[in-house]
Design a protein around this ligand. Structure first.
Ligand code: PLP
Length: 381
């Protein structure tokens, strides 16, 4: 099996699965319980906050565990707007965000906020200048992603957020770092972010676990109310097995961020060469995340190509896995034509991806061009 859909989700690593099993069967207490089993479970949660915060170069008290990045971004956006948006009603985001950011921003617009959405320019870029100039003195929140999940495009968040914070210190900055965390050197301070969303299942932890990093002193209003766990910001018994597994996956990846980045660059460059030779058009810009490559095989619908490759045990995604077959608004925002969007597949690699996987993929593209294009021509006659 050749799995090239790691931006959708990843295989859980051994460290994470063993950690989850340990927390489920050995340290199964409720972290709020006062007895020994509770205290041991609480220690696993504290250890996990410590690991995630170390990866971000921050403090353990700044980490809140959630059910995933969708919840993290919803919590950040609604929670920051509630506390900082009483008088300042402008909110800013980009048109290439994941729905877990775009949808809550649109909800805020329905509730009376003035939403400014920054589009990529004619070169398909979202510049630092475009982000900074979208913010003004009446802006309470900007939310922009670090790495786009459909193309791998990297936004200039560090430079933009740092200028925004200097110009408008009261404007809250939120960054969806799902596709960058543990892949690029993501550090909370360098990002000048007030809140950062993370997801476990993109980095070899189980699904259903994520985190929201909240800068010390920043007030995020809770959206879920109950027992007051995690400082009252996210009530509910902590999902200790998933939290611990998330931390163990991060711990396993931490020493190799730059090594894996180099590997991903080599694989991406090889894929660009081999897939271009096989007739594919490369949609991703150079300089993006090496882990994600958006490509189109002209005249073959993405879904048809996806299933053709699947028949050869090669797994890719059509556009974004989250759009469930809907035409991608993000690819349109990047300026791709309908024909290209219809035939786009996303290849997303892992440290296990090899050059021979890419050769098999390129061969799959070649065969698809021969057989599928021919079939559609015959049908037309
Ligand atoms: N943000 C980005 C950029 C993503 O790629 C995804 C998942 O595809 C999410 C957020 C949502 O993450 P989760 O599945 O943890 O809710």
């Amino acid at each position: 099996m050749i799995y090239l859909d790691n931006a959708a989700t990843t295989k859980v690593c051994r460290e994470a699965s063993e950690a989850a099993c340990y927390a489920m069967t050995e340290v199964f207490g409720n972290p709020s319980s006062l007895h020994r089993l509770g205290i041991e479970a609480e220690k696993l949660v504290s250890f996990s906050s410590e690991i995630i915060s170390r990866a971000l170069g921050s403090q353990p008290s700044e980490v809140i565990f959630t059910s995933g990045a969708t919840e993290s971004s919803n919590l950040a956006i609604f929670g920051l707007a509630e506390n900082y948006g009483r008088r300042k009603k402008r909110i800013v985001t980009t048109s290439i965000e994941h729905p877990s950011v775009l949808e809550p921003m649109k909800k805020l617009a329905e509730r009376g906020f003035e939403l400014k959405i920054v589009d990529p320019d004619e070169n398909g870029e979202i510049t630092e200048e475009a982000l900074v100039s979208a913010v003004d003195g009446g802006t309470c929140l900007i939310s922009a992603m670090l790495v786009n999940n459909e193309t791998g495009y990297i936004l200039p968040i560090e430079r933009a957020f740092s200028r925004i914070k200097k110009l408008y210190p009261d404007c809250m900055t939120h960054c969806d770092c799902v596709q960058g965390f543990m892949k690029l050197p993501v550090k909370a301070k360098a990002l000048s972010a007030d809140a950062i969303s993370l997801s476990g299942h993109k980095i070899h932890a189980p699904k259903g676990i994520g985190a929201l990093w909240i800068k010390k002193g920043v007030r995020v209003a809770p959206t879920v109310f109950g027992g007051g766990q995690q400082g009252g910001i996210r009530s509910g018994t902590e999902a200790v097995p998933s939290i611990y597994a998330f931390a163990k996956a991060v711990e396993a990846l931490m020493p190799t961020v730059s090594e894996r980045f180099e590997h991903a660059c080599g694989i991406r460059d090889y894929a660009v060469k081999k897939l271009s030779e096989a007739g594919a058009i490369i949609n991703s810009k150079s300089g993006g995340s090496p882990y994600i490559l958006s490509v189109s095989l002209p005249c073959i619908k993405s879904e048809t190509l996806l299933h053709f490759l699947e028949s050869k045990d090669i797994f890719v995604s059509s556009g974004s896995a989250c759009s469930r077959g809907k035409k991608s608004g993000v690819l349109r925002a990047f300026g791709l034509s309908d024909g290209i969007i219809d035939s786009t597949v996303r290849i997303s690699t892992s440290p296990k991806t090899s050059e021979s996987d890419i050769e098999a993929l390129a061969e799959g593209f070649r065969e698809a061009s021969k057989t599928l294009v021919k079939t559609s021509k015959i049908r037309r006659i």
